[in-house]
Design a protein around this ligand. Structure first.
Ligand code: IVH
Length: 661
């Protein structure tokens, strides 16, 4: 590869790695599997090694983990929390063994441990009492998560016969069973599902509220003494001492005389991954003697005396029995392969996503095919490959249906993407979507009413529109499967509270096209309530900054529909507030009534009326004692005479304009 080309490639890989690292560490929401991420870093590292002139100190290959966030107090690690070098094959592993043999002739011992896919932390004990705990952060500085760590049962508060000073490194993880149960609960409450136990653990540990962290039932397994006022000769000795001090979960380890002898154990752990309570993404091979470790030292990023052997994500073949199109809550049709059940990464898999039509076309996946199904630490298994050699006779390419399987409406492709979407307004999937949107953060912000909860209520026949929410009774909600009295009462209370959200949220909750949260707020600043908005003329609406004729038309259409009117009536009767809680932008005409008469030179009647209303005033058609001003143009007639007789101030067009300045 030419230097130029390498430079470009390095920069592209770095940008990708940065982005994925940010998603992983800062947002706890990765979009690629850890295996893919490690591969990416490895490719970058190999290129940097071949072209060292392009290495920069801030390259992701030189850094460890994520930046500490500013939610928690920073903790400077007395002994840095180093990372590990990854190896992806037996050859690479043996090369590690050879490097060590060259540097350290003589006897050596290695230990093999599972590599737990959790969150690395350091816990400090003073006088045998738990004193402080911090996340790894960037390896030098982490976050103080002491209070959250206190909620972990496998973290002893007090140790037996501990050295005066002790810092132990370990992995906080969420057991696979706990993770599955947590996601089931989240589904019921309608909260987004967590991608994998690692993210669940990271998210839980970084909860600001320890009570929430406690509910998450995290676990801790320890695997290294970072610092101790006690002498040890080997790693195995430290692990035994940790057990003796009372750590209930110390990393399981086995010792071998050479790296070559470790291979079998590594393979065994890989094959039995399912049986461990935690997720693992590899095995760690470490030199046992602490003196030898010291002699080898570390590179900028990782110790020379250990490596992580990464297992590829588990993949198994199965047969496609059927392909079905599922209509999601947003109306998108997602093709799913129904496969012969297989055991994969600890669960039975009988469905695997095929993503979209483009993906099916690319792999040419057909009913009857033998496919490879993969679960890369994520919750949804996916088809990753087709075994063409095993395709039976007479199969046909698969196409998503042209009409929605739920409601029969036409399905159209999104203009800017691969998604195929149902167009039916009455589609049950779309109705679910409308109610979910109503309750969402952009709408009425009803706690605990996410997609799954809405689906439960609709399926049980308790609601069919958003307005029905306000007529729910705790008793019937509590009778729903997996709901319970307490959650039902909480839900009803949240719905009740939402009644006073006010016009802006309510308007945004309706999901009128083009009227999102921002436009809804603009409208709520302009009109005192939903009723006033409904009565506004088309021209008045288009006069409002950011509301064009298209939005004005959508608003008009929405108010004109009988369904909307029915919904509005139900909401009003339930006591939902239609009033604006926004500050009305400029209220100089508030409480003032204007009457327009004659022909104005620079404004039509409608325009002048809109201007009066924009500033909070009212435009009326006839003059009475309640009229505050009459604006008189050319050829004004009886209204002008009446105003004069009642002594009401009469304004010329110029005077009226001056009031608007
Ligand atoms: S030893 C200096 N042992 O893997 C040695 N790490 O990729 C430090 N991990 O940040 C690590 N299980 O969070 C070690 N048995 C184990 C481990 C382990 C999981 C994590 C740890 C580290 C990451 C490195």
């Amino acid at each position: 590869m030419e230097a130029n080309e390498a430079k470009e490639k390095i920069e592209a890989l770095r940008a990708q790695a940065e982005e994925h690292a940010r998603r992983y560490y800062d947002e706890d929401a990765p979009t690629i599997s850890d295996f893919e991420y490690d591969r990416l870093l490895r490719e970058l590292l190999d290129l940097e090694n071949a072209f060292p002139q392009f290495i920069t100190p801030d390259s992701p290959t030189r850094r460890v983990g994520g930046r500490p966030s500013d939610k928690f107090a920073p903790v400077r690690h007395e002994v840095p929390l180093e990372s590990l070098t990854d190896v992806f094959s037996t050859e690479e592993l043996l090369a590690f063994g050879e490097r060590i043999a060259e540097a350290l002739p003589g006897d050596r011992q290695f230990d093999v441990e599972p590599k737990i896919d959790g969150l690395s932390i350091a816990v400090e004990y003073r006088g045998g009492v738990f004193w402080r705990g911090a996340t790894r952060g960037d390896g030098q500085t982490g976050e103080d998560v002491t209070e959250n760590l206190r909620t972990i049962r496998s973290l002893p508060r007090k140790l037996d016969n501990a050295p005066e000073r002790l810092i132990v490194r370990g992995e906080v993880f969420m057991a696979k069973d706990t993770f599955a149960a947590l996601n089931r609960e989240r589904e019921i409450r309608g909260e987004p599902l967590l991608a994998n136990p690692r993210n669940a653990a990271a998210g839980s540990l970084r909860q600001l509220d320890p009570a929430v962290a406690a509910e998450r039932r995290l676990d801790l397994i320890v695997y290294n003494i970072q610092l101790a006022s006690r002498d040890y000769a080997s790693h195995a000795e430290t692990l035994e001492d940790l057990k003796a001090m009372g750590f209930p979960k110390v990393i399981p380890y086995r010792l071998y005389g050479s790296v070559a002898e470790c291979v079998e154990r590594i393979a065994w752990i890989g094959e039995h991954r399912d049986e461990f309570e935690y997720e693992m993404d590899g095995a760690v091979i470490k030199l046992n003697s602490l003196a030898q470790r010291q002699a080898l030292g570390s590179t900028a990023k990782a110790p020379r005396w250990a490596v992580a052997y990464k297992y590829p994500p588990e993949k198994k073949p199965s047969r496609v029995l059927d392909i079905v199109a599922q209509v999601g809550r947003t109306g998108v049709l997602t093709p799913k392969a129904v496969v012969e059940p297989i055991r994969l990464a600890g669960t039975t898999v009988s469905n695997a996503t095929l993503h979209n039509q483009d993906f099916i076309d690319k792999l040419d996946i057909r009913v009857g095919d033998t496919v490879w199904v993969q679960k890369a630490g994520e919750i949804i298994p996916e088809v990753v490959e087709v075994d063409r050699a095993r395709r039976p006779e007479g199969t046909e390419p698969y196409r998503l249906p042209a009409v929605c399987p739920e409601c029969g409406s036409p399905v159209v492709r999104d203009p800017d993407g691969a998604a195929m979407r149902c167009t039916g307004a009455e589609c049950p999937a779309q109705q679910l979507r409308a109610i979910t949107h109503f309750a969402s953060r952009d709408g009425m912000d009803i706690d605990g009413l996410g997609p799954a909860a809405v689906e439960g209520l609709v399926n049980a026949g308790l609601i069919s529109t958003a307005a029905d929410l306000y007529y729910l009774e705790a008793q019937s909600v509590a009778a729903l499967e997996r709901m319970g009295k307490k959650s039902a009462e909480n839900l009803i209370a949240a719905i009740e509270r939402s009644k006073s959200q006010g016009m802006a949220r309510l308007l945004s909750a309706f999901g009128i096209r083009q009227v999102g949260a921002a436009a809804a707020r603009t409208l709520a600043r302009r009109f005192p309530n939903i009723g006033a908005l409904e009565e506004a003329s088309f021209f008045e609406l288009t006069e409002i900054p950011d509301v064009g004729p298209v939005t004005a038309q959508y608003l008009a259409d929405w108010f004109a529909s009988p369904q909307s009117q029915h919904q509005l009536r139900l909401l009003r009767e339930a006591g939902v507030s239609f009033d604006s809680r926004e500050e009305i932008a400029d209220t100089r005409f508030a409480g003032k009534t204007f009457v327009l008469t004659g022909t104005l030179a620079r404004h039509t009647r409608d325009e002048a009326k809109a201007l009066i209303e924009r500033f909070g005033g009212k435009a009326s058609g006839s003059v009475s004692k309640k009229t505050d001003y009459v604006v008189a143009g050319e050829a004004a007639g009886s209204k002008l005479t009446k105003a004069q007789s009642l002594g009401i101030p009469v304004l010329s067009e110029e005077e009226f304009e001056a009031m608007l300045e």
